[in-house]
Design a protein around this ligand. Structure first.
Ligand code: KG4
Length: 331
């Protein structure tokens, strides 16, 4: 079965083709350089660039995979959550393709896509615990089977990626902030004594807004006193606090729920320290750890094509052409 995946929920236009075993193509056109000068994604600008790019990406994905439109068996498109204008461009393109070539179509949740990035080159083993960390979400999700999501903990305020982006801004680093903070953190020391917010609460929730404010206040206080901030050390301190809390609660939940596997997913799963620490935390246990390859951590259609394949295999259902964008779609 050949699945054509389409992703356009934020600032990447992407189309991929998956045959159930191999990713035959995964073309991603990123707008990062365009939004960099604004310090973040400008929704209207993003939608216009998706319109400009989407046909090119469709064509290239088919060419790279060496397949004709007629060969596709299923179209899988991100339905939400995301920027509504951006989502609609991918959805309309996917529906047009499905209508033109008379192909079945399904809508996918972008967050499910991030989780299924672990299935492209690896194998998800149930029951599993997914730590989903992205620009808009921070959740611990228990999965007992394919497409069976139980959220057992989540952030009460900022998503971890959002906190990274705000911290980057106060440190004078470019958008997207996460990779820049991660880079400085690797050469700094955890010496600013930042709090480990909610690490010891009796639940699996998180909070990053207070930690973000602590970093912002520290920078402002230093500047008022005319003192220099060591940004390498500040990034290292922020990252140490985030990763310690994420990994601590993930391990506690994994043990309580008796899972076979822990996976990480979402843009922040590209973080070097998080990847190292999650492996370290489980190395003396029977719980396996799965980490998606870097190229599948940030937004891409490969994860949507893969999720689409497993969704269809489980539910054997397709949708009508009334699929619409759902900006706040829940898992
Ligand atoms: O999953 P994603 O590509 O988009 C959403 O669906 O939100 O995640 C983007 C987020 C941004 O906040 C970005 O700063 C963060 O992932 N990010 C990172 C790293 N790479 C990307 N955060 C920390 N360390 C990284 N290496």
């Amino acid at each position: 079965m050949l699945v054509l995946g389409v992703e356009s929920s934020c600032d990447e236009t992407s189309v991929a083709i998956y045959d159930g075993k191999n990713m035959l193509s995964n073309v991603v056109l990123s707008q990062i350089d365009i939004h960099k000068k604004f310090g973040g994604v400008v929704p209207e600008v993003a939608s216009r660039h998706h319109v400009r790019n989407v046909s090119i990406v469709f064509k290239e994905a088919l060419e790279v995979a060496g397949v004709k439109p007629e060969d596709i068996d299923l179209v899988a498109v991100t339905e939400g959550p995301g920027l509504i204008g951006s989502l609609l461009v991918g959805i309309i393109a996917a529906k047009t393709f499905a209508l033109t070539y008379n192909k079945p179509i399904i809508g996918l949740n972008h967050l499910a896509g991030h989780i299924y990035a672990n299935q492209i080159e690896g194998e998800m083993k149930f029951p599993l615990l997914a730590l989903l960390v992205s620009g808009g979400n921070t959740e611990l999700i228990l999965m007992k089977d394919h497409f069976d999501f139980e959220i057992i903990g989540e952030t009460l305020d900022d998503a971890v990626g959002e906190a990274y982006d705000k911290v980057a801004r106060v440190c004078g680093l470019p958008y997207p902030g996460g990779p820049a903070v991660d880079r400085l953190a690797q050469i700094g020391n955890d010496c600013y004594n930042l709090p480990r917010v909610m690490k010891n609460t009796n639940d699996y929730n998180f909070s990053f807004s207070g930690l973000k404010s602590a970093v912002i206040n520290l920078v402002h206080n230093h500047s008022q006193r005319g003192e220099e901030v060591n940004f390498n050390d500040l990034c290292a301190s922020f990252q140490a606090s985030v990763v310690e809390t994420l990994v601590y609660k993930t391990k506690k939940a994994a043990q309580e729920f008796g899972v076979s596997q822990v996976i990480i997913a979402g843009g922040v799963s590209a973080n070097k320290t998080l990847r190292e620490e999650i492996i370290n935390a489980f190395k003396d246990t029977t719980i396996e750890v799965s980490i998606p390859p870097f190229k599948y951590c940030t937004d891409n259609a490969a994860m949507i094509a893969c999720a689409g394949y497993y969704h269809y295999k489980k539910f054997n259902e397709t949708r009508k052409l009334d699929i619409n964008g759902l900006a706040n779609m829940e898992l």
